[in-house]
Design a protein around this ligand. Structure first.
Ligand code: NDP
Length: 289
């Protein structure tokens, strides 16, 4: 049985989902979805900018009946492209994602990035544009096109600005979060506001040799606990109630990444939370006004 988190509106979301950034092409998506469903994944994370929604929709349509699963058994997240920010544009973009995925509703829809594609990060018009997108997502939520809505790559400043403008609080903030990039302030802000913090790039992105997976302390601790460094990183997050979205195109890694049925001691959790390294591996939204 998969661990889940209950979002502030009562919707249940699996704590482990399959990341699909850079997973493209029909054959690859079909094999990844099959391996993931076999391994017990019930949650999939995509985005308009990943350009794989259509293949993911086809693969799920194909495999769900084979695994005796229905639409309600799975949780699908997609994200608004920075090129579709705005009130009308965000609702139109959601309809395109739904059509690509062959769905009548999404489980979670996120504003992917706090800036608009055509604006520089320091352009103050980003504030207005993302406020419009958020109002568009609220309207879509109220129409039942999506069961939960949220943001991604929002800093405390972006979240505070949003909360000052509306009483409709995001259910999720999806951000980079791992022992090399702790974001303690953002995590406690989200906890206080009832926003679920979901981690991306838990394994250090798809870099050729991930400094996270090769960190000597992480490798040593994983060895001691007879788990893999990837499992250790994923359990470190989920044990704190933080959702994770490990991305893999390897069936054995896909299986490994969801087998997190062990607990870390307080001491081991603290060791990982105090590595003393601060490095962001993905894009940094802190310069976005
Ligand atoms: P991850 O941090 O999940 O790392 C993926 C890499 O780790 C791949 O190279 C993969 O290789 C490797 N890997 C996976 N499992 C294992 C394992 N058990 N042992 C060793 N290596 C492993 O990368 P992402 O940056 O893609 O983040 C995950 C997901 O988060 C994305 O796919 C996307 O869905 C989401 N995301 C969201 C962002 C946002 O802006 N909202 C930004 C970035 C990511 P292999 O395929 O060979 O297993």
């Amino acid at each position: 049985m998969q661990r889940t988190v209950i979002l502030s509106n009562g919707v249940s979301m699996p704590l482990v989902g399959l990341g699909t950034y850079k997973t493209r092409g029909c054959d690859l998506i079909f094999s990844v979805v099959k391996a993931a469903l076999e391994a017990g994944y019930r949650s999939f994370d995509t985005a308009a900018v990943y350009r794989n929604e259509k293949e993911l929709g086809e693969a799920l349509h194909h495999y769900l009946p084979q695994f005796n699963l229905s639409r309600e058994d799975i949780f699908i997240t997609s994200k608004l492209s920075p090129s579709a920010q705005g009130y009308d544009e965000s609702q139109a973009a959601l309809e395109v994602s739904l059509s690509n995925l062959q769905l009548s509703y999404l489980d979670l829809y996120l504003i992917h990035w706090p800036a608009a594609a055509k604006l520089k990060p320091e352009d103050p018009r980003n504030r207005e544009v993302r406020a419009g997108s958020w109002a568009g997502l609220e309207a879509a939520y109220k129409r039942g096109r999506v069961r939960a809505v949220g943001v991604s790559n929002y800093t405390v400043t972006h979240l505070q600005e949003l909360l000052d403008q509306t009483s409709f609080t995001p259910h999720v903030n999806q951000v980079e979060y791992h022992p090399h990039y702790l974001q303690k302030g953002l995590k406690s802000f989200c906890e206080n506001e009832g926003i679920h913090l979901q981690a991306y790039s838990s394994l250090g992105t798809s870099l050729q040799s991930s400094p996270l997976l090769q960190d000597p302390t992480i490798c040593h601790l994983a060895n001691k606990l007879t788990c893999s460094p990837a499992q250790l990183l994923l359990r470190w997050a989920t044990q704190q109630g933080v959702g994770v979205l490990p991305k893999s195109t390897s069936a054995s890694h896909i299986r490994e990444n969801i087998h997190l049925d062990f607990d870390l001691s307080e001491k081991d959790l603290a060791t990982l939370s105090n590595l003393g390294i601060s490095h962001k591996y993905a894009w940094d939204p802190s310069s976005v006004l």
